[in-house]
Design a protein around this ligand. Structure first.
Ligand SMILES: Cc1cc2nc3c(=O)[nH]c(=O)nc-3n(C[C@H](O)[C@H](O)[C@H](O)COP(=O)(O)OP(=O)(O)OC[C@H]3O[C@@H](n4cnc5c(N)ncnc54)[C@H](O)[C@@H]3O)c2cc1C
Length: 320
């Protein structure tokens, strides 16, 4: 009857969200008076999970699962749930987990709440706090089914170290042939991806053209950040569509989002509301983005950004 958490990994290494979902699962398990079991898929070293309250790992190693496939991953988690007699399953709210959760929900006949930002406020009825209206509001949702699936928003709950004894078990679920065949093309494997980035440096049409993106990339490199852009920038072909952030692009839930030469249209803000600290650089003091910003610099990006890079490099050199 343990709480089951699916801990996401990339090329064998746990993502930060895996440790956050484990922390969340530990809280729920404490509330329910039970333990935490994690399902890992092709993760190399699972021992770190013991620091975040995981008592048992069901370790799946299968090369057919190297590429994410929602149907197959849902099969794995379903079989793990049945084995453990699980009533509460914790996932992240990453794009992958949001894709597999509805499939899992059908297989387990379970209610599913996505974008959850806090521990359950009540167990009977099981009630969770979620973001709504592109992170502009919260709602409290009750899950009334026997089995419950909770999708935890990135950077919302936090990491809580909670050292426990860990046992590991090799788990070999049966993986049926999937009707969906996927091909994974990783074009920018050496770069930080927007979805996983702690810091995102984003540029808009105020940068005038693709030839000026050197300073955006340099700032991102100094900060260890991912690069992103507004929709028109990718529509114009200045940057790849994979970098387009917003309502019709990718959502970002970074700790720091730096928007340079971006006006702050509602469709752009829809994708970045979940970011913790927003810094805006714009030469128009009336730009709507300043209303959503935590810190704003009114100035010409072509003057401000090089100075910022210079100061950051100095700071890094002094603190190396
Ligand atoms: C259905 C729909 C969906 C959409 N989805 C998205 C989406 O997902 N993501 C998205 O981004 N947009 C989306 N849009 C488009 C959105 O409405 C805006 O048009 C877009 O976000 C504007 O991009 P921008 O801020 O880069 O460009 P602009 O609106 O042209 O703004 C450029 C900004 O740069 C500033 N600037 C100019 N020169 C400088 C300088 N030298 N230094 C500093 N600042 C300078 C200007 O003051 C201005 O604020 C969508 C629109 C629709 C209708």
């Amino acid at each position: 009857m343990s709480v089951l958490v699916y801990t996401e990994s990339d090329k064998g290494t746990f993502k930060k969200i895996a440790l956050e979902t484990a922390s969340y699962a530990k809280t729920v398990a404490d509330q329910l008076g039970t333990t935490v079991t994690a399902v890992t898929i092709n993760a190399d070293d699972t021992s770190v999970l013991k620091n975040y309250g995981v008592n048992k790992v069901l370790k799946v190693s299968n090369k057919d699962l190297d590429t994410f496939n929602a149907q197959r991953y849902a099969d794995v988690i379903t079989q793990a749930c049945n084995k453990e007699g699980t009533k509460v399953v914790i996932l992240s709210s990453s794009a992958d987990s949001k894709y597999l959760a509805p499939i899992l929900s059908v297989k387990l006949n379970a209610g599913y709440a996505s974008n959850v930002v806090d521990a359950p406020s009540s167990l009977e009825p099981f009630t969770v706090k979620r973001t709504a209206f592109t992170n502009k509001a919260f709602n409290f949702s009750k899950i009334e089914s026997d089995v419950k699936i909770v999708g935890v928003s990135k950077n919302s709950y936090g990491l809580y170290e909670n050292s426990v004894e860990l046992t590991e078990e090799d788990f070999s679920p049966s993986i049926p042939e999937s009707g969906v065949h996927q091909k994974s093309i990783n074009k920018s494997s050496d770069k930080v991806s927007i979805a996983d980035a702690e810091i995102v440096v984003s540029g808009g049409r105020g940068l005038k053209g693709p030839e000026n993106w050197g300073m955006i990339e340099e700032l991102a490199e100094v900060l260890g950040a991912a690069t992103a852009c507004s929709k028109p920038v990718s529509d114009l072909g200045w940057r790849p569509h994979s970098e387009h952030v917003g309502q019709t692009g990718k959502p970002v839930a970074s700790n720091l989002y730096i928007a340079i030469g971006i006006s702050g249209a509602i469709q752009h803000l829809a994708g970045i509301n979940a970011s913790k600290v927003k810094v805006v650089i714009n030469n128009d003091p009336e730009a709507p983005f300043f209303k959503a910003a935590d810190y704003g610099i009114v100035g010409d990006a072509f003057e401000v950004v090089p100075k910022l890079i210079e100061k950051l490099k100095e700071f890094k050199a002094q603190n190396a």
